[in-house]
Design a protein around this ligand. Structure first.
Ligand code: NI
Length: 159
């Protein structure tokens, strides 16, 4: 396992549409392990493969309930709306307000290429939508409500 270099906003790889994974080869397994390690090391709740420079439809998420691996994820249902702060490891030190569905249901494949369904509300719903957007070359900066804020300044204001 290894921590991979994070791509940040401005890097073209973050604007590309990723390709579906056909087979979970040892190389793909290694990528997933590295993505998890990289996400934990940077203290993120989610990471998409293009953020480490790989144009494959893979995301990892951990909202504090253990690691989730989603290969070829597809949103199949959403409900309601939530508005809240969102950040991204590829936009370091920044945060913005983004509207997301309150509940999101996703179909994906696990590391054994077994299909499964995952449903999340609140933070998990937000993370699923944010990470799946990355696979389509979309950043949260494109769906911001209002201005991008400085994380440090915001934390000062909240004190
Ligand atoms: Ni992100």
């Amino acid at each position: 396992m290894a921590i991979r270099k994070l791509r940040v906003v401005g890097d073209e790889v973050l604007t590309k549409v990723c390709k579906p994974v056909k087979e979970c080869t040892p190389r793909v397994q290694e990528l997933i392990e590295d993505m998890l390690e990289t996400m934990y090391d940077y203290g993120g709740v989610g990471l998409a493969a293009p953020q480490v420079g790989v144009l494959k439809r893979i995301i990892v998420i951990d909202v504090g309930e253990g690691p989730l691996v989603l290969i070829n994820p597809e949103i199949i249902e959403t409900e309601g709306e939530q508005e809240g702060e969102e950040g991204c490891l590829s936009v370091p030190g920044k945060v913005g307000i983004v509207k997301r569905p309150h509940r999101t249901k996703v179909k994906a494949y696990d590391q054994n290429m077994e299909e499964y369904i995952i449903e999340g509300t609140e933070l998990l719903s937000r993370a699923l939508c944010h990470e799946i957007d990355h696979l389509n070359g979309k950043m949260y900066l494109e769906v911001l409500e209002g201005e991008l804020m400085d994380l440090e300044e915001l934390q000062e204001l909240k004190k």
